[in-house]
Design a protein around this ligand. Structure first.
Ligand SMILES: NC(=O)c1ccc[n+]([C@@H]2O[C@H](COP(=O)([O-])OP(=O)(O)OC[C@H]3O[C@@H](n4cnc5c(N)ncnc54)[C@H](O)[C@@H]3O)[C@@H](O)[C@H]2O)c1
Length: 454
C-alpha cells in the first residue's frame, strides 16, 4: 500500500485472545506478523485457519490473511525474534493466591528475549501488568543488552472486550502508548498510522472512518495505571448497581426502570449498569485485586476497591439464596438449569466464570445441574468434566425445577417455555440479568424472580 511503512512484528502469546486479535489486527493494517505461542493445540488450529478463541468474524479474516502471507504461526521464539523489528508481549498474567498479578510468563519471555535479541528491537507490553513491570522487563533485558541502543520497552495496554474484540481493535475508544523513549514512540506511531487513517489490506467491516481515534502518548506508569483504572471503574459500576439492586429488592423497586432512569443521566450513561451474579471473567476481578495489591505495597489503603470486591463476593450468595428460596434448603438431587456458562454472552471464555463457580456450589450441595451455552459448552466441560451441558436450550429446560439466567444472551428473551419444567410443573425462573419478557413467563404460568425487583 502506498506510503505505508510495513513493520515486521512478532506477537508472543499470539494464539491467545489478546495476542490473536492484536496479530490479526496488525496484519490487516499491512504489517507482516509472526504469532508465536507455546500452545501447540491452538497453533495447529490457527495454521488451519481455525481460531481456538471465539470472536465474531475472526476466522474469515484470519483465513484471508494467512493466504496473503500477512500472518504466520510458530512455536519458535528465536525465529520470531530474528524476523521482527517489534515484539508485542501478550502472554497471560493471571492472579496469584494473594491477588497479585503472576508475572512469571512475562519475565520468562523477557529472559528469553535478552538472550535472542541482536539488533535494536522495540518490546511492547500488551499484557495487563502492574506498575513497575516495565522496569522489571527493562532490568531483565539490561543484564545483557543496552537500553536505547539494543531495545526499548513500551507499555501499550489492551482494552478489548471479549465478544467484540475486532470492533475494539479496528475502532478502539483510544490507543494508549507509554514509554520514555522518543525513538520507540515513533515506531509505535508508524505501526498504528494505518489504523488512525483507516487503511487496511483486507476488507474489514469494523472501521468507522467518521470518527477520529484518540491516540495518547504518555509515560509507561500512567499507561499501565490507565488500564487498571478502567477495569477498576467498570468493576465498581457493577458492584454499585448490584448494591442498588439489593436495596431495590428490599424496598420494592423495579431495577429495570431504575437502571434505565439512571443511565439517561449523561454524567452516568447506561454501560455496565446491569445487575447480575457479579463480575467474573479473565480481567475485572484479577485486575482489581492486582490494583489493590499495588496500593497496599505502596502504603495506600484502597477502602473503596475492597468494598467493590466484597460486594462481588456476596453477589453469588444472593443468587444461591434465591435458589434455596424456591427449592428449600436441601438441594439434593434437585434439577437446576443454568443458562449462560461463559462469563458473558458472545464468547467461549469460561475462565473465572461465576456461572461455573455457581455450578460448583450447587454440585457440592448434591444438586443435579445442567448448563446451557451457545458457544462455551466444550470449554465448560474441559474445565468441569462432570458438568452436563448442551447447546440445545429446550433439552436443558426439560426436567428443570429452577432455571437461572446468568448472562444476557439475546436468544434467552425468545425462549419457548411451553415444554420447560418437571413432572408437568413449570420451573421457577431466576432472571439475574432482567432480560426475559415477563409477559411470556406469565403466559406459560411460570413464577419468576428478577434480581433487584420485587
Ligand atoms: N481477555 C481479555 O479480554 C483481555 C482484555 C485486555 C487485556 N487482557 C490482558 O491480556 C493478557 C493476555 O490475556 P488473554 O486473555 O489473551 O490470555 P490467553 O490465556 O487467552 O492468552 C495468553 C497466551 O499466551 C501464551 N503463552 C503463555 N506463556 C507463553 C510463553 N512463555 N511464550 C509464548 N506464549 C505464551 C498462552 O499459550 C496463551 O495462548 C493478560 O495480561 C490479560 O489481563 C485480556
Amino acid at each position: 500500500m502506498e506510503g505505508l511503512r510495513v513493520t515486521d512484528i512478532g506477537v508472543i502469546g499470539g494464539a491467545g485472545y489478546v495476542g490473536l486479535v492484536t496479530g490479526v489486527g496488525l496484519a490487516a493494517l499491512g504489517h507482516r506478523v509472526i504469532a508465536e505461542d507455546i500452545d501447540q493445540r491452538r497453533l495447529e488450529m490457527l495454521r488451519a485457519g481455525k481460531s481456538a478463541v471465539y470472536e465474531d468474524g475472526l476466522e474469515a479474516i484470519l483465513g484471508e490473511l494467512i493466504e496473503m502471507d500477512q500472518i504466520s504461526f510458530t512455536d519458535d521464539l528465536s525465529e520470531t525474534v530474528r524476523g521482527s523489528e517489534v515484539l508485542f508481549i501478550a502472554v497471560g498474567t493471571p492472579s496469584l493466591a494473594d491477588g497479585a498479578a503472576d508475572l512469571s510468563a512475562v519475565i520468562s519471555v523477557a529472559e528469553q528475549l535478552r538472550d535472542e535479541i541482536d539488533r535494536y528491537t522495540v518490546i511492547v507490553v500488551k499484557s495487563t501488568v502492574p506498575v513497575g513491570t516495565i522496569e522489571v522487563v527493562n532490568d531483565v533485558l539490561s543484564q545483557k543488552l543496552r537500553e536505547r541502543e539494543d531495545f526499548d520497552v513500551v507499555s501499550n495496554p489492551e482494552f478489548l472486550r471479549e465478544g467484540s474484540g475486532l470492533i475494539d481493535f479496528f475502532s478502539p475508544s483510544r490507543v494508549i502508548v507509554g514509554s520514555r523513549s522518543e525513538r520507540a514512540l515513533a515506531v509505535l506511531r508508524e505501526i498504528y498510522e494505518p489504523l488512525l487513517s483507516g487503511r487496511v489490506v483486507v476488507d474489514v467491516p469494523w472501521i468507522d472512518s467518521s470518527r477520529e481515534i484518540p491516540y495518547v502518548e504518555t509515560d509507561s506508569t500512567s499507561a499501565q495505571l490507565t488500564k487498571y483504572a478502567a477495569n477498576a471503574y467498570l468493576a465498581t459500576r457493577i458492584s454499585f448497581i448490584n448494591e442498588i439492586a439489593g436495596i431495590s429488592e428490599k424496598v420494592g423497586g423495579n431495577i429495570g426502570d431504575i437502571v434505565y432512569g439512571l443511565g439517561l443521566d449523561p454524567r452516568i450513561g447506561p454501560g455496565y449498569l446491569n445487575p447480575g451474579i457479579g463480575f467474573g471473567g479473565p480481567c475485572l476481578d484479577k485486575d482489581l485485586r492486582a490494583l489493590i495489591t499495588v496500593a497496599g505495597e505502596n502504603s495506600y489503603d484502597p477502602v473503596m476497591f475492597n468494598g467493590v470486591v466484597r460486594r462481588n463476593e456476596l453477589q453469588l450468595q444472593e443468587v444461591m439464596n434465591k435458589i434455596t428460596g424456591a427449592l428449600g434448603s436441601s438441594l439434593y438431587q434437585r434439577r437446576i438449569a443454568l443458562l449462560g456458562l461463559a462469563f458473558k454472552e458472545g464468547t467461549n471464555d469460561v475462565r473465572y466464570s461465576l456461572s461455573v463457580r455457581l455450578y460448583r456450589a450447587l454440585r457440592d450441595q448434591g444438586a443435579s445441574v445442567v448448563g446451557h451455552d451457545l458457544l462455551a459448552v466444550q470449554e465448560a466441560k474441559e474445565l468441569e468434566p462432570e458438568l452436563e451441558a448442551s447447546v440445545d436450550v429446550t433439552e436443558v429446560l426439560a426436567g428443570a425445577e429452577v432455571v437461572v439466567v446468568l448472562n444476557s444472551e439475546p436468544s434467552y428473551a425468545d425462549i419457548d417455555w411451553s415444554a420447560a419444567g418437571a413432572g408437568g410443573h413449570p420451573p421457577h425462573v431466576i432472571d439475574t440479568r432482567g432480560i426475559l419478557a415477563a409477559g411470556a413467563l406469565e403466559a406459560a404460568g411460570i413464577t419468576f424472580d428478577v434480581l433487584g425487583s420485587r
